[in-house]
Design a protein around this ligand. Structure first.
Ligand SMILES: C[S@@+](CC[C@H](N)C(=O)[O-])C[C@H]1O[C@@H](n2cnc3c(N)ncnc32)[C@H](O)[C@@H]1O
Length: 242
């Protein structure tokens, strides 16, 4: 089981703390994503979209959709598909819904609030499911993954985009310095949340990546999990099927 790192270390459970944290940072979330990743996050999401497009799904669930960047990118490249964005944080969804409306995609994308570990969908509902930078924040990783497996159709495609840990010199050293010393200061200055951008490197450090995450996917019955490193292993894409 993955080690549990919580944003605030309060008496609340991880789920409540995560919801509160994303509500707190939602007003600066997109801005900070672009700034802190120098725009690379957009390229990473494009790779997820390409994999999903090849599967030609008619229904897509984007779990932990946040402000909807991946749901919107999926909608543009899969005009045939109906997309559901699903997230715990009302604050993040509020910005997401605004963006969806501005882009005239509200007929194609529905945004629903709820918990990925207990979703209000029937078994075998979606042709494809994506999660970008979400699984690391689940209170119980295996529970969330099992729930995703339950609502995915047999033969359906599941894609995770998540931070991993670069292993090679000098990227590992440079990246760790940036991630642990520079990113938290910039994040705190703009978001005004004293913990959100310290929780980010801490949660990445504690989260399984590469073969370990593949093994967890296998243990909850996903078939043929494969990982691909992006940008020297700063992030990885995990693909599997049901
Ligand atoms: C880092 S953001 C990622 C947002 C978006 N996918 C992206 O790529 O920008 C993580 C999101 O996961 C959501 N989240 C965390 N735990 C969740 C859960 N148990 N159920 C649903 N959403 C969850 C948070 O509310 C937050 O919006």
């Amino acid at each position: 089981m993955a080690e549990q790192v919580k944003p605030y270390g309060s008496s609340m459970g991880k789920k409540d703390e995560v919801e509160q944290m994303f509500d707190n940072v939602s007003h600066k979330y997109d801005f900070l994503n672009r700034l802190l990743s120098v725009g690379i996050d957009i390229q990473w999401r494009k790779k997820v979209v390409k994999i999903i497009k090849n599967a030609e799904p008619k229904t897509i669930l984007d779990v932990a959709t946040g402000t909807g960047d991946l749901a919107i990118a999926l909608a543009k490249q899969n005009p045939q598909a109906q997309i559901t964005g699903f997230d715990l944080s009302a604050g993040m969804l509020e910005y997401g819904r605004k963006k969806v409306k501005e882009k005239d995609l509200d007929q194609q994308i529905e945004m629903i609030q709820g918990d990925a570990e207990n979703m209000p969908f029937e078994d075998d509902s979606f042709d494809a499911i994506t999660v970008a930078f979400g699984v690391r924040n689940f209170e119980t990783l295996e529970k969330g993954l099992k729930e995703i497996h339950r609502v995915l159709k047999p033969g359906g495609t599941f894609v995770i985009l998540e931070f991993s840990q670069p292993q090679r010199f000098p990227i590992k050293q440079l990246y760790n310095f940036y991630f642990k010393n520079i990113l938290p200061v910039i994040g705190k200055t703009f978001s005004k949340d004293h913990r959100a951008y310290t929780y980010l490197p801490e949660s990445v450090q504690a989260f399984p990546f590469g073969e370990k995450l593949n093994q967890i996917l296998k243990s909850v019955a996903f078939k043929n999990p494969k990982n691909k490193e992006l940008t020297f292993g700063i992030a990885s894409i995990y693909t599997s099927t049901k």
